[in-house]
Design a protein around this ligand. Structure first.
Ligand code: PLP
Length: 392
């Protein structure tokens, strides 16, 4: 009667949403201080002050007749030009505004990119651990998600990836800095990945794409740099978001950028436009396109996240948890002492600690702790994490 797949996806819901509901109920019953929510990647630092000032100025002194009006489907020229200039400045890479399409965050950017590439039965390789929604977008587009396990320290396992490539492979989705592990893939690894995809593409007579999902690109610690994938691999589509960098997750603004070096890049951009149209994702929020045009070069308050990362990491390690130090994003991925991540999340719940089991990130045995929260919440939670570890 209804679309079976959509019904299933809707009914299933997300673990994070479920944890959130649990937290709300517990707060109602026992008070707000009894809940320590580390379940969601919602930035805890406010948007940069330039964003707030620009927003006020736009509301008070709109620079066009209607700041609320439709923009073109792919977005305002001024926003696409600002993005292009920003990429040139930061990565010395020329990404023409004509190949940029403004979207409702990285979610829409991913859905559009996957739909633009996918013909029924095409395979999309997902490098574990990965964002829970990738398989949903791939299946909805008629594709087949192929999960590849991770190597040590959450690196991409290139041997497994090579073995997963078939004549139906259409793309590999790469996310660095990574949600949920905090891993940043090194330049050396990306060069190897690029050579591998070129070699396999030639052998099989295929164009294999990388979809580079980059919402955490600016969140890197200890001076780490995040290699810009289009500089290493020609067939790249970038999916970007201002949700985390400008702390604007609810405003739904991001973009798709097709590398000008990609095979038939202009045709590919038509397919991006077509997917945007077919999915109903035309004209991203107009006010926030204008914010992007003016604030593209603003950076997040990294110091707050860096301090949280240190506090949380040190606290969890001294509580006895096993965890790889994260290099970027704002997540820590801890090992369940007995290997049962769902069990760990359930035990944590009993203490009011909300952490997400790694199973849906294709990493059973781990739990994700989002440390984009107030420092005070981290400090008050550490004795509970100790108690949690001692319960094993
Ligand atoms: N990709 C990854 C890896 C994410 O972690 C998220 C959100 O948390 C998204 C995509 C979606 O981001 P957006 O809020 O821009 O839709």
């Amino acid at each position: 009667m209804f679309n079976k797949f959509m019904l299933e996806v809707g009914r299933e819901g997300s673990v994070i949403r479920e944890l959130n509901d649990f937290g709300r109920q517990r707060a109602k019953l026992l008070g707000k201080d009894s809940v320590f929510d580390f379940s969601i990647g919602d930035p805890s630092v406010p948007a940069p002050s330039k964003v707030q000032k620009t927003l006020v100025a736009l509301a008070e002194y709109p620079d066009s007749v209607s700041i609320h009006g439709y923009t073109s489907a792919q977005g305002l020229g001024e926003a696409r030009e600002a993005i292009s200039r920003g990429i040139q400045k930061r990565f010395d890479f020329s990404m023409p505004p004509e190949l940029i399409y403004l979207t409702c965050g990285a979610s829409a950017a991913l859905a559009i990119s996957i739909n633009a590439l996918c013909e029924s039965g095409d395979e999309f390789i997902l490098c574990a651990p990965y964002f829970t929604e990738y398989p949903v977008y791939v299946k909805a587009a008629g594709g087949v998600p192929i999960s590849v396990p991770f190597a040590q320290n959450f690196d991409i396992d290139l041997d497994s990836l090579e073995a997963a490539i078939t004549p139906r492979t259409k793309a590999v989705i790469v996310n660095s800095p990574n949600n949920p592990s905090g891993k940043i893939y090194s330049e050396a690894l990306l060069k190897k990945l690029s050579s591998l995809l070129m070699k396999k593409g030639e052998q099989l007579g295929l164009q294999i794409y990388i979809i580079s999902d980059e919402p955490y690109r600016e969140l890197a610690y200890d001076g780490a740099t995040v290699p810009y994938i289009p500089a290493y691999y020609e067939n790249t589509i970038v999916c970007y978001s201002y949700s985390k960098t400008l702390s604007l997750p609810g405003e739904r603004i991001g973009y798709v950028a097709v590398s000008p070096k990609a095979h038939l890049c202009e045709e590919l951009f038509y397919a991006i436009q077509g997917a945007g149209r077919a999915l109903g994702y035309v004209c991203a929020p107009a006010i926030f396109q204008r914010i992007v045009a003016k604030c593209e070069d603003e950076t997040p308050d990294l110091a707050a996240y860096a301090e949280n990362r240190e506090l949380m990491y040190d606290g969890l390690i001294s509580a006895g948890f096993d965890c790889v130090p994260p290099e970027g994003a704002f997540y820590l991925f801890i090992k369940a002492p007995d290997g049962d991540s769902k069990g760990l999340s359930l035990r944590a719940r009993e203490l009011g600690l909300l952490i997400v089991p790694g199973d849906d990130f294709a990493a059973a045995g781990y739990c994700r702790v989002a440390y984009c929260v107030d420092k005070d919440r981290i400090l008050r939670s550490l004795p509970l994490f100790k108690q949690l570890r001692e319960s094993y």
